[in-house]
Design a protein around this ligand. Structure first.
Ligand code: SF4
Length: 414
């Protein structure tokens, strides 16, 4: 089942990161629940999700559309609209490199103050969205959009070349806090030269960030507007924006879905190369298991708002434990398979309105028994790094059942 179309290479040398020791936690999600109030009831889009992201690794979060992957990802930056969304429970602990260097511990991203979240968003945690056309503002030039990141998070760097005793009005301009009157005053000498110097400094940083993504002629791109760029170029701009502040965690939410296959491969190579060089941890969201196999160190499989299996990529593909994971793998097209209809998983993801206890995959699972329709499966460790939530891997006596009352799964795909 090796991916046939896309080969992602990692050619970068070892990182120059100032991050924590390899294997340390960057983020820890515990029992995260995000619900949506609707007229029909409460939709449990994310329901008790737990997983960890470690320093420098790429974790793949996979599942069909509507499984709760994007809602999970957006929860890191509190981008779920509330209402109708509700953070119904759980926590997301995040260890920023800056806090660690200052001797601090993790912060719970769901409960920190809004101004703390503003400091983290786009700075320590950045996100690349699915559709670059929708993520960029059509009314602003690329240069102005990228400059916002530096004004927001790197204002000290912009002021450094101006020397000591920088007037407050210029300091406010470096944080984009100027009012209309201040902007007029900044046009007058001697402030005009300082403002121009600062703008030149921003332009250099923006051009440098664009050059990192191997975009040709960055200065020309800075003067362009989004509608003048191709989909691949726009995605490079978003990558430049996301990595401008060397974040600890990059969330890539299906970043290549809107691109054709050749551009997809280049963008994935670029993310892998930058990740290795900068030492950034990546949460990579995708419905494409074959792609995840190529770029991720570990994988978490999500179904109907829950994590059903996690493991190192190599273990998960060698021995998938959950029937849903096996179904996803069977659906990967291969150049060696016979021509004809593509394999599909029968049925659809269930509606998640006020769900009752059960395995949520039971209506599509060929092994389902009575217990699957009535009892939530526990998440069990198969070995240190491989876990699964399925009654077929549970001990029937722990459930008060006899061996024949729990599903007997076929051997895993080897
Ligand atoms: Fe299938 Fe039952 Fe396992 Fe769910 S718990 S995946 S229905 S065997």
């Amino acid at each position: 089942m090796k991916q046939d179309l896309i080969q992602v290479t990692s050619t970068a040398s070892a990182g120059t990161s100032t991050h924590r020791a390899t294997g340390a936690l960057v983020a820890s999600v515990r029992d995260l629940s995000v619900h949506f109030d609707t007229k029909a009831g409460s939709v449990h889009a994310v329901d008790g999700v737990s997983f960890d992201i470690r320093d420098g690794e790429t974790l793949g979060l996979v599942g069909e559309t509507g499984c709760g992957k994007s809602v999970t990802a957006r929860s890191f930056l509190r981008l779920v609209a509330t209402p109708p969304g509700i953070y119904a429970g759980g926590r997301i602990d995040f260890w920023s490199s800056e806090a660690q260097e200052a001797g601090g511990g993790p912060v719970n991203l769901l409960t920190i103050a809004d101004d703390e979240m503003l400091e983290i968003r786009g700075n320590r945690i950045a996100m690349i969205f699915q559709d670059p056309s929708k993520a960029l503002n059509p009314a602003l030039s690329i240069g102005d959009q990228l400059a916002e990141v530096f004004f927001q998070h790197r204002s000290n760097e912009l002021l450094a070349p101006l020397g000591p005793n920088v007037p407050m009005i210029v300091r406010r301009a470096a944080r984009q806090e100027s009012g209309q009157f201040e902007r007029i005053v900044l046009q007058l000498p001697p402030l005009r030269s300082k403002a121009a110097k600062m703008r030149a400094q921003v332009d250099d940083l923006v051009a440098g960030a664009l050059a990192e993504t191997q975009i040709p002629n960055p200065r020309r791109i800075m003067a362009s507007y989004p509608h003048e760029l191709s989909g691949g170029m726009k995605q490079r701009v978003l990558i430049a924006q996301a990595l401008a502040c060397n974040p600890d965690l990059l969330i890539a939410d299906e970043p290549t879905t809107a691109l054709d296959v050749t551009i997809q491969a280049r963008i994935l190579n670029l993310i892998a190369e930058l990740q290795q060089r900068l030492g950034t941890s990546v949460l990579y969201i995708s419905h494409d298991l074959s792609l995840v196999r190529e770029i991720c160190d570990r994988v978490a499989v999500m179904y109907a708002g829950r994590i059903v299996e996690t493991g190192r990529t190599v273990d998960l593909f060698r021995q998938p434990l959950h029937p849903y994971t096996r179904s996803l793998m069977s659906a990967i097209p291969s150049s060696t398979s016979e021509r004809g209809r593509l394999a599909a998983i029968a049925g659809t993801v269930p509606e998640l309105i006020d769900p009752q206890p059960s395995c949520r995959f039971h209506s599509r699972c060929p092994y389902a028994l009575e217990v699957c329709r009535e009892v939530d499966p526990r998440f069990l460790r198969h070995d240190v790094d491989h876990g699964v939530a399925c009654h077929g891997h549970d001990d029937p006596t722990d459930l008060g059942l006899r061996p024949g009352d729990v599903p007997t799964l076929e051997p895993a795909i080897q």
